[in-house]
Design a protein around this ligand. Structure first.
Ligand code: MN
Ligand code: MN
Length: 467
């Protein structure tokens, strides 16, 4: 439709998505973005994403699959894997083995994790040792307000979830960099990659000594006392804990025109949220629609809650069982007839670092959902390249739904690359293609998206589930 209206209809459309929008469409985009920013502010870790997604699902009549003996077309179910990943389905009219329409996003994001023995004292200061999670530029993480989100599990099975630093009245934490006045001789001579090293990412957490002057390390003791009083935990309990430090700031509208969003963890909460909102609108699809929010993408899709995990297969086998359609090879047949979108962010052109991008094949903020035939760098290494037929099918779906999209790859050919969970889905025998939201400053504590693109993801994923 859009194509015919344009003068030079033989050329691809390179216009900004903001052009030709009427006031009503613009209002819808801004309203959706407010809801998305609200989600970002509540869901900063993989467990929080799953928890909040569960609340949203239950409010929209989705039920835990374990509460269902059998499944009928139109039923809406979900299953949670160890509080860290989530599988959602709306049962279609077709037999399950005729294929699924899957949108898979990841709920984990780069962050600063605590080590197992984190707490120490030096010169009457208490600090925490960390081991960062995912690909970060270490120098970006000092001198910003950090909040602590975590789970501590005691040997009696008791689980304690903590969150400190998100509310205005709560303290925050920070990693302090060396002052410029003393940095010239050594630190400023390092390569940027080494500017701040992993072992220098130590978090400042206390400076008041405990009252008992007879013991050593009184500041550390005081911190432990406070933790024991508030949470009933001891130093040993850090051993069986997952404590994550993330930027304490909120997602905000960006720019004079408020067209963009700056926020932590948009990789890949932006696709989690839009894929989730999309499936809420799905009723009686032809094929069964599946939304996956997966953990451990940032460290290689591994682990029991990652996309390689067979727990996903178990969920689909469960759908087959409860539809009374399970038989030998039904799962394999289902996968081989399925189509999946690996819903993940793609780098957006940054004018300040233009030499790293190839301008004809780069994503731009505000020009729509990305369609990425292949990832990988230096000869498409390790990418799961989508067959042309699959790209065409996705184009057809987006065109029919009036969704704006752009073809792109990460950066210049020999500049490097990045992988997504696409390959884990392709390995299972399904057609898969990467399609997500362009993002500026990927993996930085503050990442930037366009409100227009976020809305295109929502509309695009919804159309895909229903196709
Ligand atoms: Mn990602
Ligand atoms: Mn990432």
């Amino acid at each position: 439709m859009i194509q015919k209206e344009r003068k030079n209809a033989l050329c691809r459309d390179k216009t900004s998505g903001w052009e030709k929008l009427n006031t009503e469409e613009k209002e819808k985009i801004f309203k959706f973005s407010d809801e998305y920013m609200n989600f970002l502010n509540q869901a900063k870790t993989e467990k929080e994403v799953v928890q909040i997604a569960k609340d949203i699902l239950q409010k929209n009549d989705f039920v835990d699959i374990h509460e269902k003996e059998t499944l009928q077309p139109g039923d809406k179910v979900f299953s949670i894997n160890r509080d860290r990943s989530l599988y959602i389905a709306v049962i279609g009219e077709e037999r399950i083995e005729n294929g699924l329409k899957i949108v898979a996003a990841h709920g984990d994001s780069p962050r600063i994790d605590l080590k197992q023995n984190p707490l120490y004292e030096e010169k009457e200061l208490a600090l925490l040792k960390t081991h960062y999670y995912g690909g970060i530029k270490e120098y970006q993480w000092p001198n910003i307000p950090l909040s602590i989100h975590g789970r501590i599990v005691k040997t009696n099975g008791e689980t304690i979830d903590i969150c400190i630093g998100e509310k205005a009245e709560e303290p925050i934490f920070t990693i302090s960099d060396l002052l410029i006045h003393l940095a010239e001789e050594e630190q400023m001579q390092r390569k940027l990659k080494e500017g701040v090293r992993g072992e220098e990412l130590n978090v400042l957490v206390g400076s008041i000594p405990c009252a008992d002057a007879t013991i050593e390390e009184r500041v550390k003791e005081n911190v432990l006392k406070l933790l024991y009083e508030k949470y009933g935990i001891t130093e040993m309990d850090f051993m069986s804990a997952e404590i994550e430090l993330v930027p304490a700031w909120k997602a905000r509208s960006l720019g004079f025109d408020e067209s963009m969003i700056a926020g932590y963890a948009q990789d890949d909460k932006v696709c989690c949220y839009t894929a989730l909102r999309g499936i809420l609108n799905v009723t009686h699809p032809k094929n069964t629609a599946v939304c996956v929010i997966i953990d451990k993408e940032e460290i290689g899709f591994v682990g029991v809650t990652g996309m390689y995990s067979k727990i996903f297969d178990t969920f689909i086998a469960n759908l087959l069982d409860k539809r009374k359609q399970n038989q030998p090879n039904a799962l394999e047949k289902t996968f081989s007839h399925s189509m999946a979108i690996s819903a993940d962010v793609e780098s957006a052109y940054n004018p300040s670092f233009s030499s790293n991008f190839e301008p004809y094949n780069t994503a731009y903020l505000g020009k729509g959902l990305t369609v990425v035939k292949y990832g990988g760098g230096e000869g498409k290494a390790n990418s799961s390249e989508a067959p042309a037929e699959v790209v065409a099918e996705l184009r057809r779906i987006y065109d029919e739904a009036g969704v704006k999209y752009q073809a792109c790859e990460l950066g210049k050919v020999d500049k490097g690359g990045g992988g997504t969970i696409a390959l884990t889905l392709a390995n299972r025998g399904m057609d898969v293609i990467d399609s997500g939201v362009p993002i500026m400053g990927m993996h930085a504590p503050y990442e930037i998206t366009s409100k227009f693109d976020v809305y295109q993801a929502y509309k695009g994923y919804e159309a895909f589930y229903q196709s």
